[in-house]
Design a protein around this ligand. Structure first.
Ligand code: FE2
Length: 219
């Protein structure tokens, strides 16, 4: 589905299937965390979004259109939050994989060397963004123009509304790590970067961006 697709009037947004089993990210992210995070939090955003847009002029819009239409509008905050959180979580699941980490594919590594010098510096910048995000939010590796950049966003905010193209994200809401790491957000983030981050997904997104398509976070 591309960002310009229109969902049929009255069609519901759906919770996409997890790309792996709920215990596949254990021991960094336990099945218990994934069960609540995906089955309760992510599902809750999708269900709430469907209720909020039902019968309104926004009911026929795709997720990306909803995000862009409602961003920054005080009377549409709830719709924006639930639409963006739906998108962000789908993108997050795909940013992780069992036996992740390691070295990115060459096309991503080339951009990392240009922007950060080396992979460790890139990971360090991602970890700093993730650990210094005050309260709930997200750390992102994005393409801005033709250059990689690390950004952080608060709550449901997404780089999509700021002209940047996401390649990877890390959820730093407490619900993402508290059952496994309690208050040790830095340990969660570093374990994700070393053991779970899905550089192939970053390369897929880079390829799609370069061929003119949107990143793969949509439902
Ligand atoms: Fe989350």
């Amino acid at each position: 589905m591309t960002s310009t697709d229109i969902i049929e009037k009255n069609a519901l947004h759906v919770l996409p299937a997890l790309p792996y089993a709920e215990n596949a990210l254990d021991p960094v992210i336990s099945a218990n965390t994934l069960s609540f995070h995906y089955g309760k939090h992510h599902k809750g955003y999708v269900d709430t979004l469907n209720k909020l847009v039902a019968g309104t002029e926004l009911a026929g819009l795709s997720l990306e259109q909803l995000i862009n239409e409602t961003a920054g509008q005080a009377d549409k905050v709830a719709i924006f939050n639930n639409a963006a959180q739906t998108w962000n979580h789908t993108f997050y699941w795909r940013s992780l994989r069992p036996k992740g980490g390691g070295e990115p594919p060459a096309e991503v590594m080339d951009l990392i060397k240009t922007a950060f010098g080396n992979l460790d510096a890139c990971k360090k910048e991602l970890a700093t963004a993730a650990t210094t995000q005050f309260g709930s939010g997200w750390a992102w590796l994005v393409l801005e123009g033709d250059k990689l950049k690390v950004v952080k966003t608060a709550n449901a905010e997404t780089p999509l509304t700021k002209g940047a193209k996401p390649l990877l994200t890390i959820d730093v809401w407490e619900h993402a790590y508290y059952l496994d790491f309690q208050n040790r957000r830095a340990d969660y983030v570093n374990a994700v970067l070393d053991k779970l981050i899905n550089w192939d997904f970053a390369a897929d997104n880079l390829g799609e961006i370069r061929s003119g398509q949107a990143p793969k976070g949509k439902s």
